[in-house]
Design a protein around this ligand. Structure first.
Ligand code: FMN
Length: 201
């Protein structure tokens, strides 16, 4: 079959994209409002983009009624955030935190997710995350308009908290010890414990 994305409705294009572009890593993003209320939400449109300077991106799309998600509202007010990585052990809490709570209500408090202070930015990090990147906002790139339009958030990585328990003999993170989860289509997920090796040419 040949899918014509130029004629697909946005919701159908979205369904095909999330069922084919996979597995996707998950950025579990903590932010804070100007009033000091914390927020936590997962985003699987997420990648590192360059190490010079160290930069990552994730993408909250607009809600179906075309409004910005709380994460974007917060970053526009306080341009700092933490990208926490999600281990299998925190899968349930991560999923719970995707609930659309009223603006200002904290997923940390509502779902009993333990926060820890960050070193350089105001939003707290997730205490149980094996890796947490503290970032300042580089820029937000808007693509499209209305429902599902993108607010691509680029963040400059300042520091990363890395749990000593996930390191290998060389001092780098071991993917099995990290045991991160990734997103598939539908309700599917994968774990970084399943792997194979290939030497690069
Ligand atoms: C695993 C997972 C991945 C998600 N990825 C995205 C994403 O990439 N972009 C997006 O806009 N929403 C994504 N969502 C939905 C948001 O987490 C959800 O809309 C959340 O309520 C947004 O929170 P906020 O309004 O507090 O920012 C994802 C949800 C889950 C469970």
């Amino acid at each position: 079959m040949l899918l014509d994305f130029t004629t697909l409705r946005p919701r159908d294009a979205y369904a095909w994209m999330i069922s084919t572009i996979l597995p996707r890593p998950i950025a579990w993003v903590s932010t804070i409002s100007a009033e000091g209320r914390t927020n936590l939400a997962p985003f699987s449109f997420f990648q590192g983009v360059t190490a010079n300077p160290p930069t990552l991106m994730f993408c909250p799309v607009n809600t179906r009624d075309g409004t910005k998600k709380d994460t974007v509202r917060n970053i526009e007010g306080v341009p700092e955030f933490v990208v926490n990585l999600v281990p299998f052990a925190l899968a349930q809490q991560m999923n719970a935190s995707a609930a659309m709570l009223p603006y200002g209500e904290s997923e940390f408090e509502k779902f009993g997710i333990t926060a820890a202070p960050s070193a350089k930015v105001r939003p707290p990090r997730v205490a149980g995350a094996p890796v947490a990147f503290e970032c300042t906002l580089d820029r937000i790139v808007h693509i499209g308009e209305g429902a599902l339009a993108a607010n691509v958030v680029f963040g400059r990585i300042l520091v990363a908290h890395v749990s000593d328990t996930v390191l290998d003999a060389e001092g780098l993170p071991d993917s099995a010890k990290l045991d991160l989860i990734g997103r598939l289509g539908g309700d599917g997920y994968v774990r970084t414990r399943d792997r194979f090796e290939m030497e690069r040419p």
